[in-house]
Write a protein that binds this ligand. Structure first.
Ligand code: ADP
Ligand code: ASP
Ligand code: MG
Length: 406
């Protein structure tokens, strides 16, 4: 008997009919002789609606109450799925994060899972029950409700799979696998049969929202095989797994984009020790993630410092930096929200030269100006103007011949 963790995203549980479809899939898996733990997201659009409500009540809602509110979407879908499974003749029980216990740190809105108590779930599985767990939420050590960040139900599922030592974690969504780029914006995107944890982690961190980055991090750490599939057809999906020799032959495996970034430039920063720490410490204290950072060469003791943050953090960043910049004697702070980041990812980059120059030449040929560049061992990212996002993705997809089997 295998233990299968299945996660269904918002579009897969958007109404009762779709929840019935999910229930039938769960039953098929159970009837095939498996134990099943199901993780669900809120109905499509529900978390957005709750976030809007919070912001119409207050410009800056209290973080604890905000999480208490936006986690409620998942309470609706877990109970509806359990009710539906019961109606179809199967034992099922729903659990919220605090009932399982999924313990996280205190970072409201972007909490990280610290531990998962498996006792309650294992007891239920022994009784033959289908266990239905709310994604996206947990409790901190003080018992406050926390949420894991947008798209965080994937992380709930992988964390449960790791803790329960499940045989597989299946992520059911509105695409039938992981593609060479977002099939929504590039019709030539090709489905991958397999992708390694490292590449998927870079793709997810660079904006491919098909998997929450932290879910891939956990899958890699605990060796959880993750299968991404469609909840409406039986097409073979994509397996996220360990790297193998074959994967290195492909130079670039995927192109991703992220429209959620904003660029911040601190102009004429005095160039002396401790300045970067003075600027970035207040941001890290507030759990604000800084992505790309560029410091220009110093001229006459002054330098410009440019970095990117998530657009949703920009109001907080503005407040903090305007004070910090004054303190250190910088001239001014500039913000640009009209940017996107496009990235190419592939483990084959480690052993192939000329990848970056091909990326730059491709963007140049389309007349796209590069505003910032950053690289890792298996990823190259360029910041460009938002209006060129689709064009850049399609041009890079063509340039690296991704429509053809690697
Ligand atoms: P869910 O609500 O099921 O969690 P998401 O909307 O979070 O689903 O993620 C699925 C979406 O991810 C797809 O509809 C697709 O547009 C987008 N996506 C972005 N990049 C990729 C990619 N490389 N492969 C597949 N889907 C991708
Ligand atoms: N419901 C949450 C969101 O919309 C979590 C998730 O869907 O994974 O972000
Ligand atoms: Mg998602």
């Amino acid at each position: 008997m295998a233990l299968v963790v299945q996660k269904y995203g918002g579009t897969s549980v958007a109404n009762i009919e779709k929840i019935e479809n999910v229930a039938r899939r769960v039953i098929n898996t159970k009837e095939a002789g498996n134990e099943v733990v199901v993780v669900v997201s809120a109905m499509a659009g529900e978390t957005d609606r709750l976030i809007d409500l919070a912001h119409s009540a207050s410009e800056k809602p209290n973080e604890r109450e905000y999480d208490a509110l936006i986690s409620t979407g998942e309470q609706v879908t877990v109970s509806l799925l359990a009710i539906t499974l019961n109606k179809m003749g199967y034992k099922a029980r729903s659990f919220l994060g605090h009932q399982v216990k999924i313990v996280t740190d205190e970072a409201h809105n972007k909490a990280r899972i610290l531990s998962v108590d498996t006792k309650t779930i294992n007891d239920e599985l022994k009784k033959g029950t289908v266990v239905v767990v709310a994604g996206f939420q947990g409790i901190d050590p003080e018992g406050n409700i926390t949420t894991l960040g947008r798209g965080g139900s994937d992380t709930s599922a992988v964390a449960l799979a790791a803790a329960l030592q499940a045989d597989i974690c299946e992520i059911y969504t509105d695409v039938d696998g992981i593609y060479t780029t977002d099939p929504d914006i590039c019709p030539k995107a090709r489905k991958l049969k397999k992708i390694c944890y490292e590449e998927m982690l870079e793709m997810a961190s660079a904006g491919a929202k098909v998997l929450h980055p932290r879910s891939v991090e956990l899958a890699k750490k605990y060796g959880v095989p993750v299968q991404v599939r469609s909840s409406v057809n039986d097409n073979g999906g994509t397996l996220v797994t360990k790297e193998d020799k074959e994967m290195e032959k492909v130079v670039v495996s995927g192109v991703t984009y992220d429209r959620d970034q904003a660029k911040v430039t601190i102009v004429r920063v005095p160039d002396r020790p401790g300045i970067a720490a003075r600027l970035f410490t207040p941001l890290s204290d507030q759990n604000i993630i800084v992505d790309m950072i560029i410091q220009n060469a110093s001229i006459e003791g002054y330098t410009d410092l440019t970095f990117t943050v998530s657009k949703k953090d920009i109001v907080d960043v503005k407040k903090m930096l305007e004070i910090a910049a004054q303190d250190i004697g910088a001239e001014k702070v500039e913000f640009d929200e009209n940017i996107s980041k496009v990235s190419i990812v592939g483990v084959g980059m480690r052993s192939h030269a000329g990848v970056a120059s091909r990326m730059f030449a491709t963007l140049a040929k389309e007349g796209i100006n590069i505003l910032m560049i950053s690289t890792s061992e298996i990823k190259i990212s360029c910041v460009i103007e938002t209006k060129y996002t689709e064009l850049a993705v399609m041009a890079l997809h063509d340039a690296f011949k991704l429509e053809k089997e690697g």
